[in-house]
Design a protein around this ligand. Sequence first.
Ligand SMILES: Cc1ncc(COP(=O)(O)O)c(C=O)c1O
Length: 451
Amino acid sequence: MGHRWLPPTLWTFDTFIVEIIRNFAFALHSKLQLMHLSDGIYKVQNLAFTDLAQEYGTPLFVYDANKIESQYHRMVNAFDVEKLKINYACKALTNINILKLMHGLGSGIDAVSIEEIKLSLLAGFDPQAIVFTPNSVGIDEIEEAIGLGVRINIDNIEMLEYFGHHYPDLKICIRINPHVMAGGNSKISVGHIDSKFGISIHQMPLVLRIVENQKIHVEGIHMHTGSDILDVEVFQYAADILFNQARHFPSLDYIDFGSGFKVRYKENDIETDIDQFGKLMSGKFNTFCKETGMDLTLVFEPGKFLVSESGYFLATTNIIKQTTSTVFAGINTGFNHMIRPMFYNAYHEIINISNVTGIPKLYTVVGYICETDTFAYNRKINQISPGDILVFKNAGAYCFSMASNYNSRLLPAEVMIKDGESYLIRKRQEFDDLLTNQVEAPIFKAERVSS
Ligand SMILES: Cc1ncc(COP(=O)(O)O)c(C=O)c1O
């Protein structure tokens, strides 16, 4: 469990000192954390982006670790419940250093593959701090996860019966699909009736029969309806459905409400009011626990909220190309490194850090991939020239973790900034990395030898 905020009335002298120091550190971090202009130079934590580009090259991912820490604390402090667990949805960003940072903060892990589980174990997480929420994976993968001692979330009735039968002592969590349409885009809306995720709320009578019949120990119930949820009321509505289901499981230890917290992508954008949400949910949760006499842990599994705004993606402009109707800025990256704009129309603010005083002009920013890979259409950006460095904001979540080697391009480096220092946390790939694991068939080896 992470640090829990105590109301001032419960402070002892020691906690008073700790809270004062912590709040001072927060204030300092919040001053340092955001990308800001200082003396005409764009910086993060007082490090110039241009210097980072020079030192590590581009394309480059940069993560502000202090921002991640402050987001984690913001979240923990928003809830006022006896037992809270934040399980970082590590699919958002799985660099081992980020996982270690989360571990140090007291977070748990939401993992969706055996590989994410192994990375998390390597980062130091206790197996019981990891919840495996697989979808459409084979039984053997779930069995391997059970062998590693992690918690299991089941989202399919056949699997429920299988594990109830073969693993009678296993405590499990059940992922319920509440059938609500939530999320900023159809590709990230996962709680509706046509979604492949979770067990339909309408199948709960059958689930209950199976649980009772096979004496399955259900320790948790879970839902995740989508990402970028604009309307907190939709979230609340789905949460009420889960509370109603919780009454049927006397062995319950936790309710996991998933995630979907909306972050800010541009100035004046809507973000989930985490304090208001925390207050509302805490109230509902505490009332439910009191009413039912259940001693439960409230669980959330945020990805974006924790890491999205911490990330910056730096790219260099290769060309400016004027066509009859458009001015293209072509940069040294593409959807191989950042697919979100093309995959689900995600908006990433783009800043030309090389021309801070330039006049804003309209550009369509495109990548170097041989497909249409447009990052932004007709976007107002300070005049761009070849060689200028563009910084994409909100590049912490679902950017590097979705990157590929398409067009045989190399994966970028990753850098973490912590307390004003930069650390290389992933080397840029080199050409030989493309050949790793490729095996030359003997027929071609022979050809080469004889030529
Ligand atoms: C099961 C589950 N939990 C949590 C998350 C994290 O969502 P977000 O990044 O919106 O916080 C996801 C994202 O896809 C998910 O599928």
